[in-house]
Design a protein around this ligand. Structure first.
Ligand code: Z5A
Length: 212
């Protein structure tokens, strides 16, 4: 039909603390949309497959050390290296479900004590999400989910600071879903907000850039 052939995809971003369930939910949402015939892709940041992504991966695994500012800029560069592909996909009608985006970039670096304005600056000009869904869980509850692994940020005290950063970043456009509900209940709520957003994009909502 006319609407689907000329309309763009939606940029859907999932954010939240480590273990909040982003990976589980993006997988389920992807499957749901794909089975209904939507053009959809599942993305995640950091994208560890690029050269920059490999540097980030080694840093997260504690195999290399980097100044806090330097790693911040690498995370941002990792989004910039995917920006044009992202725009191409969206304009050609593909919806992208993205597990972590610029908000993770700012939240984690701000939690280390970097200036929030400085943290946001390298993100300016990246595509703004059409929808940010925050999967809301306390750091303590998240830590109960199988314990933390060995990666750099997987410590309760640091996750508490990250939770504070997200609070500073959230705005009224974010959809907040209680991440302590059952996987199925979260999935249902997520579908509702995502389908609404996709409709708005189909109807011609323009793409915009960070920070609006
Ligand atoms: N980072 C950054 O500093 N700057 C940036 O710009 C970006 C990222 C983009 C990358 O981690 C690290 O980089 C991350 C932020 C930082 N550090 N931390 N922390 P990652 O993306 O590779 O890993 P992660 O985002 O932390 O994801 P995760 O550990 O894979 O968690 P998740 O995807 O949110 O959750 P999950 O894997 O779906 O679920 C975790 C467990 O909980 C699992 O056993 C599930 O079965 C269970 N689960 C899920 N949902 C539920 C519910 N509803 N009830 C009960 N149990 C559940």
């Amino acid at each position: 039909n006319k609407e689907s052939s000329s309309s763009r995809g939606a940029l859907i971003v999932l954010e939240g603390l480590d273990r909040c369930g982003k990976t589980s939910q993006s997988g389920r949402l992807y499957k749901y949309l794909e089975e209904r015939g939507h053009s959809v892709e599942s993305w995640r940041f950091p994208d560890r497959n690029t050269g920059v992504g490999q540097m980030i991966s080694s840093y997260l695994a504690n195999q290399s050390q980097l100044d806090d500012h330097a790693i911040h800029l690498l995370f941002s560069a990792n989004r910039w290296e995917k920006r044009s592909l992202m725009e191409e996909k969206l304009k050609s009608g593909t919806t992208l479900i993205v597990d972590r985006y610029s908000y993770s970039g700012v939240a984690f670096s701000y939690a280390k004590g970097l200036d929030i304005g400085w943290c946001k600056a390298p993100e300016i000009g990246l595509l703004a999400p059409d929808l940010v869904v925050y999967l809301d869980i306390s750091p303590e509850k998240a830590a109960e989910r199988g314990g933390f692994g060995d990666e750099r940020y997987e410590q309760l005290e640091f996750q508490k600071k990250v939770a504070g950063s997200y609070l500073a970043l959230r705005d009224s456009s974010w959809k907040v879903i209680d991440a302590t509900l059952s996987i199925e209940d979260i999935e249902k709520k997520l579908r509702e907000v995502v389908l609404d957003c996709m409709k708005a994009c189909h109807k011609g909502k323009p793409l915009s850039q960070l920070w609006p």
